[in-house]
Design a protein around this ligand. Structure first.
Ligand code: ZN
Length: 509
């Protein structure tokens, strides 16, 4: 069994370090967060790997750092298929005319300016692969709806609040049964939801319509298409449901889809790396980590615009108030976290010599909320140094933080894992939820208005003070690992996560 204690950090801290007060003042009285958020999210927009906007955001970040007097550059780690989102419109042209709410999925082929008009069919339920194969030719020239029909567009919390207990239970049961039935039908085709689109394309479908509901009002997850020639669009639950019910009632709806994306071949992919050189121990490092890329259904405001502007604002404040840190402070704004931590893996691979000399990595990547959870990530002595650093932070910023020591090494999920694998004390600064999973994470609603600037400000102050403390600490933070426990399923001792190389050439499959 693992030794693990959970306690609120900072039980009786009060600091007298004047730097802490200065950081607090700069954070709250001269915040640049709203300006940075505007420039990144409204000015540039979503940052899909390989896209021109991804490149624009890297160039913007370098420019911003330089304006603050901080050295910065873009370091290439790979290349990716380059796809540029354009406008997309979806119209119902029969049985009556109206606009449909939806958008082209990332990397979906374009339609040409006249668009594609076709009848809509719904993927039926299958009991065998042969049944699927004999149905397949019927999709020729049709738009195919490939997502499960949702009979309610109300999220569970809304049902719980207003339904009778009987009706709530019935809804949950029905929804579980419908979902199981749908899963079994997909399984019976011999395809997965990933390979299905390519099969429909090969059979001559005119396009694919999905509706990847994120279980909140009006919110869908927007990922990538998986076709080579035909467009794939995602439409709202409400519109998808209406089309479905029309088909059930023997009315065939007809849609016109116009998708104006551009294919731009291959593009180099980068990390933006900024540096405030250390004065006393320039060869020891503190890394402020956040991924700059995003999915592109919204503008990537909370995944991970907030982490990005937080780390940039921390760097601005430290450069202004603490321009000669003892250790070197690096900001890493990674490209392509979303396709598998590629940017941060690229950094670890390119800077192997730095790894043993890193004092700490602070990573932020789960939304706009106040930092609420910090795990020791399996580093035996993390409680000691993290505890000391946290103790310097004003109590109002730490009183609700739950620390878990020694914790367990993160194998994935975000970029700290790339460093943890290399044995570097790297910590995920976990945020309060703010309905992240359903409403903003990888959705069409991840936009500026979801940012809670008060919470982001408190994260800026907290991270700036942690960075200052980590830089000033007379001791090098220990990277000694815990002895991992035996896995009860396999009977074998668990292994520390392995360092992995990034995908160097992506988006081609
Ligand atoms: Zn993220």
């Amino acid at each position: 069994m693992m030794l693990s204690t959970v306690f609120a950090a900072n039980l009786n801290a009060q600091t007298t370090d004047p730097m802490v007060q200065k950081i607090m003042n700069e954070t709250y009285q001269n915040s640049q967060l709203e300006q940075l958020a505007y420039e990144l999210l409204d000015g540039i927009g979503p940052r899909l790997v390989g896209s021109p906007k991804m490149q624009q955001s890297h160039d913007w970040a370098v420019e911003r750092f330089k304006n603050w007097g901080i050295d910065a550059k873009n370091e290439q780690w790979g290349e990716w298929k380059s796809w540029e989102r354009g406008t997309s419109t979806i119209e119902m042209v029969a049985p009556h005319n109206r606009s449909i709410e939806g958008m082209q999925l990332a990397f979906s082929p374009a339609t040409g300016s006249k668009g594609v008009t076709a009848d809509v069919v719904m993927l039926p339920e299958f009991s065998s692969a042969s049944q699927f194969q004999s149905w397949l030719p019927s999709v020729k020239g049709k738009f195919v709806m490939v997502s499960q029909y949702q009979s309610t567009g109300r999220p569970e919390y809304n049902w719980k609040e207003f339904a009778t207990p009987e009706s709530f239970e019935k809804m949950k049961k029905d929804s579980e049964a419908a979902s199981e039935k749908w899963q079994n039908s997909i399984k019976a085709t011999g395809e997965t939801s990933r390979t299905l689109n390519a099969k429909l394309e090969a059979a001559g479908a005119a396009g694919i319509i999905s509706s990847n509901w994120s279980r909140g009002f009006g919110v869908n997850k927007i990922f990538s298409a998986g076709t080579k020639k035909i467009p794939v669009v995602d439409i709202s639950l409400e519109d998808y449901g209406q089309l479905y019910r029309m088909i059930q009632h023997k009315t065939t709806p007809k849609l016109k889809i116009t998708a104006n994306s551009k294919d731009r071949g291959m593009a180099p992919t980068f990390n933006t790396v900024a540096e405030i050189r250390g004065s006393d121990k320039p060869d020891e490092y503190i890394i402020l980590s956040a991924h700059l890329d995003s999915w592109d259904g919204g503008t990537g405001a909370t995944d991970n615009g907030t982490g990005t502007i937080t780390m940039m604002e921390v760097a601005r404040i430290l450069k202004k108030l603490y321009p000669n840190p003892k250790r070197t402070i690096i900001v890493g704004l990674w490209g392509s976290e979303e396709q598998g931590l590629n940017g941060s893996r690229g950094y670890v691979s390119a800077h192997k010599d730095q790894m043993p000399k890193i004092q700490a990595v602070f990573n932020q990547d789960n939304g706009t909320g106040r930092i609420a959870n910090i795990s020791g990530q399996g580093f035996l002595h993390a409680y000691d140094y993290l505890g000391r650093w946290l103790n310097a932070v004003p109590k109002e910023l730490t009183k609700d933080i739950k620390t878990t020591f020694p914790g367990f090494p993160g194998g994935g999920g975000s970029d700290h894992a790339s460093f943890v694998a290399a044995g570097v004390p790297a910590f995920m600064l976990g945020s309060l939820n703010w309905s992240y999973g359903n409403y903003t994470w990888h959705t069409n609603r991840d936009t500026y208005d979801k940012i809670v600037f008060d919470d982001v400000k408190s994260n800026v102050a907290l991270i700036a003070i942690l960075t200052y403390m980590a830089s000033e600490d007379p001791e090098k933070a220990s990277g000694e690992k815990i002895k991992l426990p035996v896995d009860s399923r396999t009977g074998e001792r668990m292994k520390w996560p392995e360092v992995k190389e990034p995908i160097r050439k992506g988006g081609l499959d």
